[in-house]
Write a protein that binds this ligand. Sequence first.
Ligand code: HMH
Length: 219
Amino acid sequence: SNKTNRTESWVQKHTSIYKQATRHPFILSIRDGTIDSSSFNKWLGQDYIYVRAFVPFVASLLVKACEESDDSSDMDIILGGMASLNDEIPWFKEEASRWEVSLTTVVPQRANVTYCSLLKRLMSSEIEYTVAITAFWAIETVYQESFAHCLEDGSKIPEELKQTCQRWGNSGFGQYCHSLQNIADRCLEKASIDIIAKAERVFLTVLEHEVEFWNMSKG
Ligand code: HMH
């Protein structure tokens, strides 16, 4: 069909904040090779904290899929997401030791604390599956689009940052994000206007938090 899906229409409607989240100066500095190690290390330490808070959120989404979804393949896709998080934790630890970042002493910054409390709120059983899967799609897609951009033609990424970009920028992760988008769109097609409005708000809120998250690397 040539009908524009709900999520795609939101990306178009909110282009400005979407671009701020996926083409942030932090990402552009990785892409052009001008990134300094202090910014990268700040991001690494903060993202480790974030990923640890992200795991229980994804677990709560898996429970919602199990209870509320009419398609059993949703669970398989979300479980795949959990599996890649399982690989990410040791990756962060190795990367941190390589850059001499101490993950046990890193202090979560305010933007991170705020973002993690959003994740916590979204874990509540009061939050509908449609709203939570929309948030999940947005969270994963910002990283996919950002790091994939670092790998596109014309990039000058330093060799030592290639595997970071590949972690989220690889085409398998891109496929996975499309699967999440398809789930979100399928749910949104059946949703009430009230739920659709809630999902659009959570999409915008995620984008705002992602921008603030990248901003932490500067401060
Ligand atoms: C802040 N957003 C943030 N960290 C991540 N690791 C992801 C998204 C992607 O999973």
